[in-house]
Design a protein around this ligand. Structure first.
Ligand code: ATP
Length: 537
């Protein structure tokens, strides 16, 4: 069954996972708040990544665990950092790319020629709309008109700013006998954007949406808000890692190959934030920079691709819904030899895929840039060979944490009309905000104290919910919707034989276990191997 984003967004709000930021003020586009359960979910994914990278890093090709250390660098750094990284590069304006010619235009310098009135049986929506740079000479415009079969004059055309195309439509005033007029505002017919023909091509639909190239939010540091005090919120977490490369090799007793990992907030003033938390303006990233010798980089690249696949699987993601895009040479960043994007079949993209994580071989571009811009030597000296100094190559697995939250929610969302909630979240137990719920069958005196004691005994070891109020059916429904794998219920029989029922979220089957066995039951059933075995059969 195709999952609907709308339903996922609505469950997230209804159950307290994710709310629009500033909800009571009508929200603010591109920003989200994580509610009680969303925070737990996000923290679990974050901690599992940190564990897999820093606390128990994977075993390398030599049979020993690889070496990775953690970092938590500032969100605001010296603005020179962003000059070196290429983030302050003069592109402060919305730009449009031509997919055919690879040319880039300033969106606010483009104009579109749209036929200004039409008989409605002429199907104006099917006509091409030529786009020109402002001040293109008339004879060139006419030449292009001829090539596109649009006639020998521009007389019947209205020239509109490219950035305003969205606002223009055809309208049909009643008194005009089927004549359509191009107007701003109310419409009977939209302009078809796939009919736009870029300045340097003859075919339609090669222009991208306008995109802001300097995506960084800026602020001012200190009391004098002059240009010299301008600073930026980081657009990615990795820069802090490169800035601390020397501090870490000098202090952390690491030897190449090794990694530095960081998780934290990043900010991008995205032109079109969309698809719930997928593309937001404030988000979180989990990034590893893996430093190695140039000749070993291709093997380490494969190593990390493999490790990251295993990690996604370990948190319950179905790899058959992934697409591993080996980015074509022509589309790679100039410093990258190879990049593989892990794309996931998000419901909004279905049946296509969209990026969840990127793994890039970045060469030694970043260290080279920061060495040049800072004037500090950042070279690594091989301790076994004092004459060998170099800037190591970098393999970077870079993953959106908040995007991972959306991936995990999308994967878990399961429609099941046979149960009262109609839907449940099939979370892998490792990410589930609550591993179990303890429910007294009734709010009666006898059940509640036993349930409370069981809860107090378990809560040190497991993230657990004690839910007393409402009828039991409603409480099961709630636990299903928040993805709690097990519910333990204290009932009348508990008073007689000290057993409780345990209800499995996915199968809804119940069995009885002894109360003093609940902890070991959970320990056993939450083990990754057990979860995998259950999933497979
Ligand atoms: P895109 O092309 O989608 O803008 P990107 O290729 O620029 O993204 P990177 O700079 O490689 O993305 O960022 C690494 C990861 O950070 C992405 O794979 C994604 O998971 C996450 N990410 C990037 N931008 C956003 C955003 N606006 N909101 C949420 N996550 C993001």
């Amino acid at each position: 069954m195709i999952k609907d984003m709308k339903d996922i967004v609505s469950l997230c709000k209804r159950r307290g996972f994710i709310f629009p930021a500033s909800d009571i003020y009508g929200g603010i586009n591109g920003f989200w708040d994580y509610g009680p359960l969303g925070t737990e979910l996000k923290n679990n994914i974050r901690d599992l990544w940190w564990k897999a990278m820093v606390l128990t890093p994977p075993v390398g090709p030599d049979g020993q665990p690889v070496q990775i250390v953690g970092l938590d660098s500032a969100i605001i750094q010296n603005p020179k950092c962003w000059e070196a990284s290429g983030h302050i590069g003069g592109f402060n304006d919305p730009m449009v790319d031509c997919k055919e010619t690879k040319k880039r235009y300033r969106a606010d310098h483009l104009v579109a020629y749209v036929i200004s009135h039409y008989m409605d049986d002429d199907q104006p929506e099917l006509k091409l709309i030529p786009v020109f740079e402002q001040n293109t000479p008339e004879e060139e415009i006419l030449k292009k008109f001829k090539k596109l079969g649009l006639g020998a004059s521009t007389e019947n055309y209205k020239v509109i700013p490219f950035m305003d195309i969205e606002n223009y439509h055809y309208t049909n005033p009643d008194n005009d006998h089927g004549m359509l007029h191009l107007e701003e505002g109310k419409s009977i017919l939209r302009l078809r954007k796939d009919k736009l023909v870029g300045p340097d091509v003859k075919i339609p639909d090669t222009l991208t949406e306008p995109k802001q190239f300097n995506l960084m939010f800026h602020t001012f540091v200190g009391a004098n808000a002059t240009e010299d005090d301008k600073a930026y919120l980081r657009p990615e977490t990795c820069a802090g890692i490169f800035l601390n490369f020397k501090n870490i090799i000098d202090t952390a007793r690491v030897k190449v190959p090794f990694g530095i990992a960081q998780i934290g907030k990043a900010f991008r003033n995205e032109v079109t934030p969309r698809n719930f938390i997928f593309r937001s303006r404030e988000f979180e990233q989990m990034e590893l920079e893996w430093f190695c010798e140039k000749e070993d980089a291709p093997q380490w690249f494969e190593f990390w691709v493999d490790q990251r696949k295993k990690w996604w699987e370990s948190i319950g993601m179905d790899l058959s819904k992934f697409h591993f895009l080996d980015v074509e040479k022509a589309d790679l960043a100039h410093y990258s030899d190879r990049t593989i994007d892990f794309e996931y079949q998000f419901p909004f993209a279905y049946p296509d895929y969209d990026e969840l994580e990127g793994i890039a071989h970045r060469g030694n571009f970043d260290l080279t840039q920061h060495q040049e811009f800072s004037g500090q030597k950042l070279e690594y000296m091989d301790p076994s060979d004092n004459t060998k100094r170099y800037l190591p190559d970098v393999i970077e697995p870079s993953c959106g944490l908040t995007r991972a939250v959306l991936g995990v929610l999308s994967e878990a969302y399961t429609v099941d009309e046979s149960r009262p909630s109609g839907v449940y979240l099939n979370f892998h137990p490792s990410v589930a905000p609550k591993k179990a719920a303890i429910l007294p069958l009734t709010a009666k005196e006898e059940h509640v104290p036993i349930a409370t004691k069981l809860y107090m005994d378990l809560r040190e070891e497991f993230a657990i919910d004690l839910d007393v109020k409402q009828n039991i059916g409603k409480r099961y429904a709630r636990q299903d919707e928040i993805g709690t794998p097990y519910c333990f219920t204290v009932d009348n029989q508990t008073l007689e034989d000290q057993t409780v029922t345990v209800r499995d979220r996915n199968t809804m089957t119940q069995e009885r276990v002894n109360m003093d066995q609940v902890a070991s039951y959970l320990r056993e059933n939450l083990k990754p191997a057990k979860v995998m075995a259950k999933k497979e059969g």
